[in-house]
Design a binder for this molecule. Structure first.
Ligand SMILES: Cc1cc2nc3c(=O)[nH]c(=O)nc-3n(C[C@H](O)[C@H](O)[C@H](O)COP(=O)(O)O)c2cc1C
Length: 202
């Protein structure tokens, strides 16, 4: 289904699941091409760690090039998101187990979590694109909390490698636009659990 993203103010908050960045950046490009007004937010780790998946400053530059805006990389930078009603929707993509667990427990000690706290105060939707090796382990309780939290929606996710990483679950990148479209109507796209995931985390 085609959703009207033109002119929609969409925040994309990146956390340190670096293996998903290429796919997530394709989705950011897709939303930009559809005319969305995009703001990116980077967690402290997303903004400062170079990995085999790429250089953090290059990802920040790429986000700036696609969106035409300087990414938010500090807590003071993220704080006005709520008071200024900057976003129609915030998407944490990718969302690490670390950020997921903190969000579920009301912690706001990174730019991404500050953005989430600030945005949620306006009763607006927040989408989670999960990517974590402990989804069916330590973090299952936190997924449960967030699945049952008002204004929070999930990109359908599934086990990406049940043999080598039986607790790992990753969201399906192909469903990201439709999940955003539905969440803007305050609806959860279904089915929310879908395996196997086409994204293979390492
Ligand atoms: C190369 C690399 C890949 C990682 N991939 C993931 C991942 O896919 N999912 C995850 O939950 N954490 C992953 N991590 C761990 C997170 O980056 C780490 O928990 C960090 O504290 C997350 O902080 P943030 O949630 O504030 O970005 C990875 C770390 C590294 C160095």
């Amino acid at each position: 289904m085609e959703y009207g993203f033109h002119g929609k103010n969409i925040g994309i908050a990146l956390t340190g699941s670096f293996c998903t960045y290429e796919k997530v950046f394709e989705a950011i490009r897709y939303l930009a091409d559809k005319g969305a007004n995009l703001h990116t937010i980077f967690s402290n780790h997303a903004a400062s760690i170079d990995t085999r998946f790429g250089n953090c400053q290059e990802f920040i530059n790429r986000a700036k090039d696609i969106t035409g805006k300087v990414p938010i990389i500090t807590i003071p930078g993220a704080e006005p998101i709520g008071p200024k009603a900057m976003l129609d929707i915030l998407v944490i993509a990718p969302c690490t187990g670390n950020t997921l667990s903190k969000l579920a427990n009301g912690i706001s000690d990174t730019p991404v979590l500050m953005a989430a706290k600030s945005h949620l105060r306006n009763n607006k939707p927040l989408v989670i694109f999960l990517s974590t090796n402990d989804a069916l382990g330590m973090n299952l309780k936190n997924i449960g909390i967030l699945l049952n939290t008002k204004n929070i929606y999930f990109v359908p996710f599934g086990q990406d490698n049940y043999v080598a990483k039986p607790n790992s679950m990753v969201a399906h990148i192909d469903f990201l636009p439709d999940t955003i479209g539905k969440a803007l109507e305050h609806k959860q796209i279904q089915p929310v659990i879908q395996s196997p995931s086409p994204v293979v985390a390492v």
